[in-house]
Ligand binder design. Sequence first.
Ligand SMILES: Cc1cc2nc3c(=O)[nH]c(=O)nc-3n(C[C@H](O)[C@H](O)[C@H](O)COP(=O)(O)O)c2cc1C
Length: 244
Amino acid sequence: MTGIDVDREQDAPVVTVTVVYHSVHGHTRVLAEHLAAGVRLVPGARVHLAEIRPEDVTAGRWHDAEVLALIGRSDAIVFGSPTLMGSVSAVFKAFMEAAFTPFTTQAWKDKLAGGFTMSASQSGDKLAVLEQLAVFAAQMGMQWIGVGDMPGNNWSGGSRDDVNRLGSWLGLMSQSHADLGPEQAGSRGDLITAERYGERIARLAQRWVNAVPYDTSRMTEHEARALSASLREAEDVPAAMAGA
Ligand SMILES: Cc1cc2nc3c(=O)[nH]c(=O)nc-3n(C[C@H](O)[C@H](O)[C@H](O)COP(=O)(O)O)c2cc1C
């Protein structure tokens, strides 16, 4: 992120948020769309929806050059997957593994990140998915943003329509009844929480790009090893001792 692009009409910093998600039956897609609607509320914020498609996975390897290029141009990336067997879906995991290439050059370092998941059970082990996504973002050197809303549906007057009704802060959780189609995905509260989360990410992205411009240090693994070796050499520490 070098320099600040300003939307003159709206007098706001331009930021690009990409929502990268997989959905088998469409419920997670609805969540992604509401998240994007929240981003659009922010003047200057641009949003893209990038669906990870099973047809782009061949022999377990995902590839879509356009999606990777889009992510490369984005200030914030929000990752989303249904919870399947307490994990991100196999298709989304293939996307995560394809990020090994940008990992090696730290290409996504210091971009903002967030995550969301949809499942049928109230808990359904959704937290495991958000943890998986947050660890992934950390490996990519990204800055994670959680949900910033107080918990709902945690008292006698609460309901499914409450904001953050599942009380999740690491990322966005939503729940859809297993017998209902995507047109009834989540609850009203979940969809409002998704919009609020999208808006939060966009506003924080604006704050992030508006900060003092800088170029963060990036190193490939090879360069990191060379740096360690030169430091050892300068201190005259034998490699065997330094690595003990
Ligand atoms: C193979 C499979 C595994 C699932 N595992 C879980 C699970 O671990 N926890 C849960 O609450 N729901 C689970 N579900 C339900 C889905 O998370 C739920 O139907 C979700 O809405 C699917 O989202 P999608 O329509 O975006 O694909 C599972 C469904 C399938 C088909």
